[in-house]
Structure formats: C-alpha cells, structure tokens
Design a protein around this ligand. Structure first.
Ligand code: FEO
Length: 172
C-alpha cells in the first residue's frame, strides 16, 4: 500500500510524463509542417515513449492500492524557431524530468517504500539513456552547423538513432 505522500508524488510524475508526451507531440507536428520528416518521426516516437512512461506509472499506482489521477495538462508551445533550438529544449526538458525522478526516489526513501524505490530504478536508468541520447544528437547538430547537406543527412539519420535506441530498449 502506498502512503498518501508517495501516491501524490507518483501522481505528480504521471502529469510530468503526460506533459512530456504532449511537448514531443507538438515538436513532431512542428517538424512535420517544416518538412523535416525524419525529425518529425523521431518526435512522434518519443511522444509515444513518454505516454508509455506515464502508463507504467498509472498501472503501478493502481496496483499498489492507490488511485492514478488523469489531470489537465499544460499546453506545450507550438513554434520552435529552429530544429537546433528544439533539440536543445528537448535536452533541457529531459534534465528537468531527471530532477523529478530523483525527487521521487528521495520520497520513496523517506517513506521507506522499497518496492517503489525498486520500481523507480527503471526510470533512473531510462533518464540516463534519454539524456545521453539528447547529448549525442546535440553533438551531431553542432557538427552540421548551417550545412544544408548535413541537415539532410541528419534528418535521415535521426530516424536511425530512434530505431537503435528502441532496439536496445527491447533487449532490456
Ligand atoms: Fe519520460 Fe523523457 O522522460
């Protein structure tokens, strides 16, 4: 059974993951309209992943005798200036999500809820992977600079990055 404090903290993370999914959905739509097909596909998939993170939490809260809350979400922004800035925002967003996960882990220890602490380790590992992925992408973007040919290749390759990372997740 979850303590009320633990349940509330987990519910807060349900909202964070749901909002993340919306943020990436908005990025996907922006990229699609701009003709950045590969980037758009990457963002649609990333949005789906965040929804999966949310669902995993919902199932866990309800399994442990709590009640997962589905709440109003903050609307993400619609415009992203440039794809470079968009990926920078993705990276910063993931750093914020990591902080939220760390805070959750902290609450689980305070509450002496070792089952939840164990459950959260999946999210800790996931955040390491997501931050690393975002950094890899930013490094590639820096290499491209303003080269149009580079952008073409990046847009093509970013799909592959997604495929590779989802393949490695399936192995886990
Ligand atoms: Fe669910 Fe990208 O953190």
């Amino acid at each position: 059974m979850l303590t009320k404090k633990m349940e509330n903290a987990l519910n807060e993370q349900v909202r964070v993951e749901a909002e993340s999914s919306q943020v990436y959905l908005s990025m996907a739509s922006w990229a699609e309209v701009k003709g950045l097909e590969g980037i758009s596909l990457f963002m649609y998939r990333h949005s789906d992943e965040e929804r999966m993170h949310m669902l995993k939490l919902i199932k866990y809260i309800n399994e442990r005798g709590g009640h997962a809350h589905i709440t109003t979400l903050k609307a993400p922004k619609k415009d992203f200036v440039s794809f470079q800035k968009m990926f920078q925002e993705l990276y910063e967003h993931e750093i914020e999500v990591s902080k939220c996960i760390n805070e959750l882990v902290h609450v689980s220890l305070e509450e002496k809820d070792y089952a939840t602490h164990n459950f959260l380790q999946w999210y800790v590992a996931e955040q390491i992977e997501e931050e690393a992925l975002a950094r890899t992408i930013l490094d590639k973007i820096n290499l491209i600079g303003n080269d149009k040919g580079g952008l073409y290749l990046f847009d093509r390759d970013v799909q592959q990055i997604t495929v590779d990372s989802s393949a490695s997740q399936n192995e886990v």
